[in-house]
Design a binder for this molecule. Structure first.
Ligand code: FAD
Ligand code: MG
Length: 329
């Protein structure tokens, strides 16, 4: 699957009728390199609320994107080695959070990975298998520790550091949309930013939990391996089966181990993380894929800051979860 659709403006609205006569309104737009869908109960202000949500996503994309040369992040990446650079509160907040999670995962989630991501270009027109020499160079001094924060100024200690927020920004944007919906007194909603899901409240017009299907790796979009029953939480999946290219019979996917410079290889195919913070769920899903099953379980057991659950799907199609009670199938 390729993601060259950035400039195609895609809007899709629909209404769903429930048997009780209540309706929801749903809107989908192609943003942040993926399809973003938000669904809320129909009301007089529902369309305005959706307008605001999508405006917010567009504004945040323009700040966090590592793919848009004009974004605030791209401009920071150009100059932060040369001089400490002032950033917006939005960018500062996310870089602080990214650094914090990088520290906790010992760099499995590595926001300073931008140069390596660009070198591989996976999912973009220039995707390629780089030479060993180039990979070695790209991982030299690659560490979140080399991103320095002083007040609202960011600097990098070496030229190789470029920030990439691709593994956390969708989650963070989701959290900000949830905050906005709560401010607008929306009591139930589903948000899906390219598989980065948050379900607010109970399922529309019921007292039931939401059901979220986890896709069968390598199969079509409607083929569900497992179904989770949850509410007021985010479910984020990182997988190696969607964004990859093949060369000489080997698949190279987009989740990279910053210590080796290569796509991570272990027996995991996907990890889904359940957490009330979508930013944590996003970053940790990526980190757990890099860490592997045993290390991830150890991490979850010792992590007291947030309640984290996870579902791990392995290459032999078996799965393990930290919480069987979340599964309905
Ligand atoms: P995740 O596992 O959540 O993240 C993987 C991504 O994070 C990789 O693609 C890489 O960018 C980075 N990464 C890889 N390894 C690590 C690691 N060990 N630690 C930390 N980060 C790592 N895609 C397009 O095709 N075109 C676009 O214009 C575009 N614009 C975007 C703008 C924004 C603001 C965001 C958030 C994403 C955008 N994307 C775009 C998608 C982006 O390039 C990533 O591919 C996507 O975020 C990956 O998400 P994921 O859920 O598949 O995987
Ligand atoms: Mg992620």
């Amino acid at each position: 699957m390729k993601f060259f659709l950035k400039n195609i403006f895609f809007v899709f609205c629909c209404f769903t009728f429930f048997s009780c006569g209540k309706e929801t309104v749903s809107r989908t737009e192609f943003l942040i390199g993926t399809f973003c869908t938000i669904k809320i109960p129909k009301s007089k202000s529902a369309d305005f609320i959706l307008d605001e949500c999508f405006e917010k996503i567009k504004t945040l994309e323009y700040i966090f994107s590592a793919n848009d040369f004009n974004s605030e992040l791209s401009k920071l990446n150009e100059v932060a080695f040369k001089k400490p650079t002032e950033v917006s509160n939005e960018l500062l907040d996310l870089i602080i959070l990214a650094k914090k999670i990088a520290e906790k995962t010992d760099g499995a989630f590595e926001p300073a990975i931008g140069n390596l991501v660009k070198l591989w270009g996976i999912g973009f027109e220039n995707e390629n298998l780089p030479s060993e020499v180039k990979i070695k160079k790209a991982i030299e001094d690659l560490s979140y520790k080399n991103i320095l924060i002083d007040g609202n100024k960011i600097s990098f200690t070496n030229e190789n550091i470029k920030i990439d927020l691709g593994a956390i920004a969708k989650g963070h944007i989701t959290d900000l949309i949830v905050k906005l919906l709560k401010e607008k007194k929306v009591e139930s909603a589903s948000i899906n930013l390219g598989g980065n899901i948050y379900v607010l409240g109970k399922k529309f017009f019921t007292d039931d939990n939401w059901r979220i299907g986890l896709r069968k790796p390598y199969e079509d979009l409607n083929s569900y391996e497992l179904v989770l029953s949850v509410n007021n939480t985010s479910v984020v999946t990182s997988g190696i089966y969607e964004r990859y290219f093949e060369k000489d019979g080997t698949k190279y996917h987009h989740i990279l181990d910053s210590k080796t410079g290569y796509p991570v290889r272990n027996n995991l195919v996907s990890v889904s993380v359940v957490c009330e913070s979508s930013a944590y769920a996003d970053a940790l899903a990526t980190a757990f894929l890099v860490m592997g099953y045993e290390k991830s379980i150890h991490f979850i057991k010792n992590f007291s800051e947030k309640k984290i659950d996870a579902v791990f799907i392995f290459s032999d199609n078996s799965y393990k979860t930290t919480n069987k009670s979340l599964l309905v199938k």
